[in-house]
Write a protein that binds this ligand. Structure first.
Ligand code: SF4
Length: 363
């Protein structure tokens, strides 16, 4: 059956607000039609370059302008990354997702090193994902040629609410980057965060933006905000588990073939809550005790939960075959030294400025 690509906000809100049991039943039914309900993909997120980011994302402790207790680090070496990937593989992960706190990718030595990391992990027969910020088409091609399996670039929220959280780049830049990834054979991972103070209409708006992409993203992470002291969103109330389940279920219904990822915020969820999310269509988690910089359940605890629920970790390349890695000296796509002008809307977000001000007083 052809997938629907013209979802409207009203239609999505109607699904989101269905009586709970009906929503759960519908989502679980769609889930079974498209996926094995007992298989969950396990990814390990690795922060290969932490902190010092020039952006002003209101939820993020890695933004240099906020005063958080985060310890930053420069780009890891290929060998460090390889060691971590082997550990992740041994503990049941089929995918390594490497995150760098950059606004956008810049051609040069650091990006060349990331390309080598991609080749190295792909040769370990693991799926490789990167989240490195905005990306040009040539940079996307170079990652694809190195053997990248997925690129993560979240839309975070609806276009309207995005402006309340980030002022240093525009929503269209996100969509353009996703478009650049789509010109390659790399799969797209894009989702967002709930609990940032957005309305239900904003949640639906984000799902409109994602589900009307054609093709829809292969993977959609749903994060619950983890408020971090020093960031503009430090005072946000935790997301009720019911909202999380509703969001997962709605995502499943509007994007039936997508892998829905239960991402940040799992430490605040009970096992029962997580089980409901799996029932509602979540079929991926991030493993490892850290999610870039925020806490995550211990991998042994997750494996215990899998055992209790009869869930099996998905094998690598089950959904799509393994890409080939072309070595650097045989590459068709060389650095073009591009300097793309990604936008900087620069509008004022009071709580971001306030958090920045506090950082100055403390420093
Ligand atoms: S979310 Fe990414 S781009 Fe935004 S401040 Fe954090 S590291 Fe930078």
């Amino acid at each position: 059956m052809a997938l629907k690509h013209d979802w409207t906000k009203e239609e999505i809100l109607e699904i989101y607000n269905k009586p709970f049991m009906e929503l759960l039943y519908e989502a679980a039914t769609v889930h079974r039609q498209h996926h094995d309900p007992n298989t969950v993909q396990v990814s390990t997120l690795l922060s290969i370059k932490t902190g010092g980011c020039p952006e002003d994302c209101g939820y993020c402790p890695q933004a240099a302008r906020y005063h958080t207790d985060l310890e930053g680090n420069d780009l890891m070496s290929v060998n460090q990354v390889k060691a971590q990937a082997l550990r992740a593989k041994a503990s049941g992960s089929s995918r390594v997702c490497m995150g760098a706190a950059w606004r956008n990718v810049k051609d040069g030595e650091e990006f060349d090193n990331v390309l080598e990391m991609v080749r190295t992990i792909n040769k370990l027969d693991m799926e490789v994902c990167c989240t490195l910020g905005m990306l040009t088409e040539n940079q996307a091609q170079r990652l694809a040629e190195a053997g990248l399996y997925a690129y993560n670039h979240n839309l975070d929220s609806s276009e309207e609410y995005y402006k309340e959280v980030i002022s240093t780049r525009g929503y269209q830049d996100r969509l353009d980057t996703i478009g650049n990834v789509r010109k390659t054979n790399v799969t797209v991972c894009s989702g967002g965060i709930i609990g940032m103070g957005e309305s239900e209409a904003d949640r639906a708006g984000m799902l409109v933006a994602l589900s009307t992409l054609n093709p829809q993203p292969e993977s959609v992470p749903i994060n619950a905000l983890v408020p971090v002291e020093g960031t503009p969103l430090e005072e946000q109330e935790p997301v009720p588990i019911w909202d999380m389940i509703r969001m997962v279920a709605t995502t499943r219904i509007v994007m039936p073939e997508t892998q829905v990822r239960l991402s940040a915020g799992r430490t605040q969820m009970s096992r029962e809550g997580q089980a409901m999310c799996f029932f509602a269509g979540a079929n991926s988690i991030f493993a490892g005790d850290k999610l870039l910089t925020t806490p995550n359940p211990d991998v042994n605890e997750d494996m215990e939960m899998f055992k209790m629920l009869g869930l099996n970790p998905q094998k690598a390349f089950e959904k799509k075959s393994q890409p080939e890695s072309v070595d650097a000296d045989k590459s068709q796509f060389q650095s073009q030294g591009e300097k793309p002008k990604w936008t900087r809307p620069g509008h004022k977000i009071d709580r971001n400025l306030e958090a920045q001000g506090k950082a100055k007083t403390k420093a």
